[in-house]
Ligand binder design. Structure first.
Ligand SMILES: [Zn+2]
Ligand SMILES: [Zn+2]
Length: 399
């Protein structure tokens, strides 16, 4: 299949061909030649309006563009029948056939711009009040623009009676602290901060909040090097499509250093101070990524392993039309492990899914979409080049 960027080159070639054809054939009368120039201008015109790349702000999608290509190609073939000059007729037929072939062979699935697994808005769950979405009596998800943090504990949990999951973007410490004070009371500090992983959009306010609350910070042993200053995450992949991805080389990767506050999560899967929750190692996005699971009401806090918005694009990351989506692609380092983690989490058959990017979803529609994401992960969630090279290496379907 012809990818859109090659298609753009072929469109430019078409314009040149239409301008050159009458000259190459020779002896074409001026009014006929002008028609070719007009056709070249028309192709240039609709090409300039075409969104060859999802980030381009142009009205014409690849699908519509292909239809126009095919129509004008067919038009040339038909018009050639009435042309007496055999050389001009052959030239027009060759051009027409070329246009139809390019239209037929071009890739307009454009899946980087579309939703991975779309979900109806009726799958949205929780009671939304401003930026805070309450799920049941003891979970509250605070949206901070492009990322969430989660409060775990009933509003009457009191001082040291609740847990903060992850710590948002840099500069959000006072917003998180204010929301915590509003939910748990002005002097209620968390018993601990638990980290799903240490990416910059999850540790932004961590140091400040841990100091303010004098709270320990828990993470998976494999994630500790990224939280104690020893190791940086690998560089992001800005080529996966989308504005957030394109900007990703600018995101901070240097590790924070929590020093003595940092503790490993217990090997038995338990979460400190939360008897009914367990952590589940779900590597791939990062080596020590964890999700949190509560069997009693089948609630999954999926971290970045499964999210419900297209985090790679700036529009979707902010507006968050719901969808089931694999981990943010620009920052995911081990794709086979990420696929295995999604499948492992999907097998839990959650009733409620609370991600750290996007809004909480619940019920059978969510589960159906989650099953599909698990089934089709290589096709919808992996960068195509990665999926292809894994398939070639014979390990494209880790189950
Ligand atoms: Zn992340
Ligand atoms: Zn994230």
């Amino acid at each position: 299949m012809i990818p859109p960027r090659h298609h753009a080159l072929l469109d430019a070639l078409s314009v040149l061909a239409l301008i050159a054809l009458p000259k190459l054939v020779g002896g074409v009368r001026p009014h006929v030649r002008r028609r070719f120039y007009a056709a070249g201008a028309a192709v240039a015109g609709y090409s300039l309006l075409t969104r060859y790349d999802p980030d381009q702000d142009r009205p014409l999608g690849m699908r519509a563009h292909r239809l126009i290509d095919a129509a004008q190609g067919a038009g040339f073939c038909m018009a050639s029948m009435t042309v007496p000059d055999p050389r001009l007729r052959a030239g027009m037929q060759a051009y027409g056939a070329f246009s139809v072939a390019v239209a037929a062979l071009s890739d307009d699935r454009d899946r980087r711009i579309g939703a991975q697994i779309p979900v109806a808005r009726t799958a949205l769950t929780g009671q939304r009040t401003g930026a805070l979405t309450a799920i049941g009596a003891d979970i509250a998800c605070l949206g901070l623009g492009i990322v969430n943090v989660v409060f775990l504990g009933r509003p009457d949990a009191g001082d040291r009676g609740w847990i903060l999951l992850d710590a948002g973007l840099p500069g959000t410490a006072s917003r998180i602290a204010a929301a915590a004070a509003a939910r748990f009371g002005p002097h209620a500090r968390p018993a601990a901060i638990v980290m799903t992983h240490g990416h910059f959009d999850h540790v932004g306010a961590l140091q400040e909040l841990a100091d303010r609350w004098d709270a320990p910070v828990y993470a998976h042993p494999d994630e500790l090097p990224y939280l104690d200053g020893t190791r940086s995450y690998p560089p992001p992949d800005p080529g996966v499509g989308g504005m957030m991805a394109r900007l990703s080389p600018l995101y901070p990767r240097r590790p924070v250093n929590l020093g003595a506050r940092l503790r490993p999560l217990a090997q038995d899967g338990g979460i400190p101070h939360l008897a009914d929750w367990e952590w589940i190692h779900s590597p791939g996005h990062t080596p020590g990524h964890v999700a949190l699971w509560r069997e009693a009401d089948r609630t999954l806090l999926s971290g970045d392993a499964i999210i419900t918005t297209r985090q790679e694009g700036a529009y979707a990351a902010l507006v968050q039309p719901p969808e089931l989506h694999g981990p943010p692609a620009y920052f995911t380092s081990d794709w086979p492990a990420a696929a295995a983690s999604v499948r492992r989490l999907a097998r839990l058959r959650p009733e409620t899914l609370v991600p750290l990017h996007g809004r909480p979803l619940g019920g059978p529609q969510m589960r159906e979409a989650l099953d599909r994401l698990a089934r089709e992960f290589e096709q919808v969630a992996m960068p195509p080049e990665t999926a292809q090279s894994l398939a070639e290496a014979g390990r494209g379907h880790l189950r």
